[in-house]
Design a protein around this ligand. Structure first.
Ligand SMILES: Cc1ncc(COP(=O)(O)O)c(C=O)c1O
Length: 396
C-alpha cells in the first residue's frame, strides 16, 4: 500500500543519527566522547524538580487543561518576555507547545500554503527545512560563508526573493554556528522583511546564552503588533530542561487562532507537570543560567584556543549558544584516506578515535562539523586531544 510522498521528501533528525551511533559504540564499551549534544550537560534546577513533584500530587493536574497552556505559565512567559526580550505581549498571544520543536511545526502549518517559499540561511538547524516541507512549503536556502562569519545580508535575501516568498527563518544566536548578529545587522534584515511584507519566524531558544557583546534584538521590538513576526522560545536550553518538552509560540491573534486549532487536534495541552516545572524555572530567574554560562564560556574559550593549534582546522568565533562550527574542508578532498566529505570525516573520527561531532551536511554545509561544548571540562580536553592526535595521524 502506498504511503505519503513525504516519505521521499523528509529526513530524520541528523543530529540524532550521530547520537545514536555514539550510544551504540558506548554500549559496546568504547570510550566515546560526544561533541554532538544539543542540550546542556547540567541537571534541571532543584526547584524545578520540586515544583514537578508537587504538581504530580495535585489531582487537578491529572486532567486536561487549556490547549494554549496554563494561564499561570502564560502570564509568567509574558512577564519574562518583557523583562528579557523587552516587548510586551498579551498572554492570549502565547501557545505553549511540546518544546520549541512543536511550536515551529505548528507555526509552519499555520502560515504556509502549498509551494510557498521559505528562506532558510544555511548553515541551518536541521529541523527547519523538514518542518517547512511537512507543512507543504518549499525551503529556499541562502548559503552564507565562513568569510562572512556565516551571516546573511539584504543582498543575499534580495537574490532569492520571488513572488512566492512567504517567510524567513531567523535564528540568532545560531545553531549550528554559535554566531550572533549585531543589532545593526539584524535591523537591516528586519527592515527588508517588513518592507517586503513577508513573515519572519525568530527562533530565540538561545537568547540567554551569549558570551560576548550584546544579544540580537528580537524583531518584535520593531514589529510590536506582530503583523509579520512569529517568535519561538522555550525552557529547554536556558534552564537545562530539554526532556520536559516545554516551548512556545508568540504570534498575532489570527495566527494564534489557527495555531491553537492545529494543536487542539494534534496534542491538546502540554503535560501539566511539565508546564508547572517550566513556570517554576521562569519564576526563579536566571541564576542557574548564569552558572551554566560561566562553564560554557570557559569551555568555549578553551576549545577555540585548542582548535587554533591543530593543523588546517579553523573556526568562526561563535559567541552564543554552545556550539562552534569547525572548518574541516582541508581534510575532505579525498587526499586523506578516503575522506571526501565532512560526513566521511566525522565517521572516521567516531569509528577510530571515538569522538562524535555532527557533520556539516546535516546543517546544509559540507566541509564543516559542529562541536558542542555542552560536555564536562575533562571530556572536552580529552576529546580535543584525541582530535589533535587524529589530525596528526592523518598528516602522517
Ligand atoms: C535552534 C533551535 N530551535 C529550537 C530547538 C527546539 O528545542 P526544544 O524542542 O527542545 O524546545 C532547538 C533544539 O535543539 C534548537 O537548537
Amino acid at each position: 500500500m502506498e504511503i505519503s510522498k513525504l516519505d521521499k521528501l523528509i529526513k530524520p533528525s541528523g543530529t540524532m543519527a550521530i547520537s545514536n551511533k555514539a550510544r551504540e559504540l558506548k554500549s559496546q564499551g568504547k570510550p566515546v566522547i560526544g561533541f554532538g549534544a544539543g542540550e546542556p550537560d547540567f541537571p534541571s534546577p532543584e526547584y524545578v524538580v520540586e515544583a514537578a513533584k508537587e504538581a504530580i500530587e495535585d489531582p487537578k493536574n491529572h486532567k486536561y487543561s487549556p490547549v494554549a497552556g496554563l494561564a499561570s505559565l502564560r502570564n509568567e512567559i509574558a512577564r519574562t518576555t518583557l523583562e528579557y526580550s523587552g516587548f510586551e505581549i498579551d498572554p492570549n498571544n502565547i501557545l505553549v507547545s511540546n518544546g520549541g520543536k512543536q511550536a515551529i511545526i505548528t507555526c509552519m502549518l499555520a502560515i504556509l500554503n502549498p509551494s510557498d517559499e521559505v528562506i532558510i540561511p544555511a548553515p541551518y538547524w536541521t529541523t527547519y527545512p523538514e518542518a517547512v516541507k511537512i507543512a507543504g512549503g518549499n525551503p529556499i536556502f541562502i548559503q552564507s560563508t565562513k568569510e562572512q562569519d556565516f551571516k546573511i545580508d539584504v543582498d543575499m535575501l534580495e537574490s532569492v526573493k520571488t513572488d512566492k516568498t512567504k517567510l524567513l527563518i531567523w535564528c540568532s544566536p545560531s545553531n549550528p554556528t554559535g554566531v550572533v548578529y549585531s543589532k545593526e545587522e539584524a535591523d537591516a534584515i528586519y527592515q527588508w522583511v517588513f518592507d517586503n511584507n513577508i513573515w519572519i519566524m525568530s527562533d530565540e531558544l538561545y537568547e540567554h546564552l551569549v558570551y560576548e557583546g550584546e544579544n540580537t534584538p528580537s524583531p518584535a521590538l520593531i514589529d510590536k503588533n506582530l503583523n509579520n513576526t512569529l517568535i519561538i522560545n522555550g525552557v529547554s536550553k536556558a534552564y537545562s530542561m530539554t526532556g520536559w518538552r516545554v516551548g512556545w509560540l508568540i504570534a498575532n491573534n489570527e495566527v494564534m487562532g489557527l495555531a491553537k486549532k492545529i494543536q487542539s487536534q494534534a496534542t491538546s495541552n502540554v503535560s501539566n507537570v511539565s508546564q508547572l516545572a517550566a513556570e517554576s524555572a521562569l519564576k526563579n530567574g536566571l541564576d542557574v543560567t548564569k552558572e551554566m554560562k560561566i562553564a560554557f564560556d570557559r569551555r568555549r574559550n578553551y576549545a577555540i584556543k585548542k582548535l587554533e593549534t591543530i593543523d588546517n582546522l579553523s573556526v568562526v568565533n561563535g559567541s552564543g549558544a554552545f556550539y562552534l562550527y569547525v572548518d574541516v574542508n582541508f581534510y575532505c578532498t579525498g587526499k586523506f584516506l578516503n575522506i571526501n566529505s565532512s560526513e566521511d570525516f566525522c565517521n572516521w573520527l567516531i569509528e577510530n578515535y571515538f569522538i562524535a561531532f555532527v557533520p556539516g551536511e546535516v546543517f546544509g554545509t559540507n566541509g564543516f562539523m559542529r562541536l558542542s561544548y555542552a560536555l564536562s571540562d575533562q571530556e572536552l580536553e580529552e576529546g580535543l586531544e584525541r582530535l589533535a592526535t587524529a589530525i596528526n595521524d592523518l598528516n602522517g
